[in-house]
Design a protein around this ligand. Structure first.
Ligand code: MN3
Length: 200
């Protein structure tokens, strides 16, 4: 069973003016579509073809002969999560258990945002910034290229794509402005809270 390119969960123009429809369409229809199609080519006719995306990632992680599989499967997983991490109704502040856990583990929501920004800006080259659960504690991390928390025994709650394709059309080299706009205007706290509930 080949993997399919799931449609964007919302209108590509709905995140404007913070992320343009042009960026969203390119990002989904070209970048993600290529990862899905490459993954299907790489696993076709192999034992991996019958596995779930998570099983494929865990099988390929750390296997030098499966770097291509890991990269394309990881990018498919990361983007499937990424779309839901953003919302036109996002931004503002978290509430309930999520807010309590962020305050307990980072000191405050603002302190979380500062740590997250530092990770997103500190990721040299392509990659991702994350809010994860690691051994029962909330943590900010960053990964290179397609790497993801699943491959490190962590549970992802939120991710941000900091590959240049995610922001260059709208922000050129200003990655900091892109990260700030997502944290202030687009972060889908409701989705992050649901992920925390599932992780518990
Ligand atoms: Mn991307």
């Amino acid at each position: 069973m080949a993997f399919e390119l799931a449609p964007l969960p919302y209108d590509p123009a709905s995140l404007e003016p913070y992320i343009s429809a042009t960026t969203m369409n390119l990002h989904h229809d070209k970048h993600l579509a290529t990862y899905v199609s490459n993954l299907n080519k790489l696993i076709d006719g192999t034992p991996l073809a019958s596995k779930s995306l998570e099983e494929i990632i865990l099988t390929a992680a750390g296997d030098a002969e499966k770097v291509g599989v890991f990269n394309n499967a990881g990018q498919m997983w990361n983007h499937n999560m990424f779309w839901d991490c953003l919302s036109a109704q996002g931004g503002g502040a978290p509430s309930g258990e999520l807010a309590e856990r962020i305050t307990a583990d980072f000191g405050s929501v603002d302190a979380f945002k500062e740590q997250f920004k530092a990770a997103a800006l500190g990721q040299f080259g392509s990659g991702w910034a994350w809010l994860v659960v690691d051994k029962g504690k909330l943590k900010v991390t960053k990964t290179s290229n397609a790497d993801l928390p699943l491959a490190h025994g962590q549970t992802a709650l939120f991710n941000l794509d900091v590959w240049e394709h995610a922001y260059y059309v709208d922000y050129q080299n200003r990655r900091a402005d892109y990260v700030q706009a997502v944290l202030d205007r687009l972060i889908n706290w409701k989705f992050v809270a649901e992920n925390l509930k599932k992780a518990a």
